[in-house]
Design a protein around this ligand. Structure first.
Ligand code: G3P
Ligand code: CA
Length: 253
């Protein structure tokens, strides 16, 4: 990143930093979220679980093994215990000492700076997570920069009914990416977004969602053609580990 701020392509297609700008910094950490702001992403995406003492912990896996120097389930630790682990060192030495973050801290620091796409992970294993997130979000008058998403459709239906002004998104599992017309009617009746893995969707499915008044985001961890496919399909936004495509000429078109 060289400080230039030239937005070269499709200003209407949103750039969303997957687990923060996780291609450049440890996923789901403050460093990755700061990088998302620096790269002028429209949103940062993060994943949320409940700790043993009911705190909203930002991490992707239900175990801490892959992204910290600890071992075990998030749900077996209190926030104070989780703070002892290093969430930067597995990415690189440069990020040693990075702490895990809570959703509360993320909102306090980033709500005014960037949109937030908050994913509830395995809500069926984290009972009460919807109510906890709603109670945090309720203190904000304007929720237009927030989206809450999950692969769990019923959890998102619940979020939307608990907080009707909130935009919710349904994540579609790759293997279930062909959605019938009646399924599409149901999802778009409450979800503002229906989000797909870019390798498992096509233009026709994107059109069907958009014709029903909802938006489409696509994600990929590895597809080098992500940006060009997204353009071709006419999606509303891209969830990428490398959100630098927005300000760089070096994009895959
Ligand atoms: O936002 C889409 C994406 O985050 C869903 O997959 O596994 O990275 O949470 P995952
Ligand atoms: Ca996610």
């Amino acid at each position: 990143y060289n400080g230039q701020t030239k937005r070269v392509h499709q200003p209407n297609m949103m750039s969303i930093a997957h687990r923060g700008a996780s291609g450049f910094a440890p996923e789901n950490t403050r460093s990755a979220f700061l990088k998302s702001v620096e790269l002028q992403a429209d949103y940062l995406e993060c994943d949320v679980h409940l700790s043993k003492d009911g705190e909203l912990i930002i991490m992707h896996d239900e175990r801490i093994d892959r992204t910290t120097n600890g071992s075990g389930f998030i749900s077996d630790y209190t926030l104070a215990e989780l703070r002892e682990f290093d969430a930067g060192i597995t990415f690189s030495e440069e990020f040693k000492g990075e702490s895990i973050m809570t959703l509360n801290e993320l909102l306090d620091e980033f709500f005014d700076q960037i949109g937030l796409l908050i994913e509830l992970k395995n809500p069926e294993k984290n009972p009460g997570i919807e109510e906890s997130v709603v109670s945090l979000l309720s203190k904000y008058d304007d929720l237009s920069s927030i989206i809450v998403q999950s692969f769990d459709i019923e959890s998102m239906r619940k979020m939307q009914s608990l907080l009707p002004e909130l935009n919710v998104a349904v994540l579609v599992r790759p293997a279930e990416s062909f959605l019938s017309d009646s399924k599409l009617d149901d999802l778009t009746s409450f979800a503002s977004f229906v989000n797909f893995n870019v390798s498992f969707v096509n233009k026709s499915m994107v059109n069907k969602v958009q014709q029903r008044g909802s938006k489409v985001l696509v994600w990929s961890k590895s597809d080098k053609k992500l940006v060009s496919k997204a353009h071709k399909y006419g999606v509303d936004g891209i969830i990428s580990d490398y959100p630098s495509w927005r300000i760089s000429e070096q994009i895959y078109l």
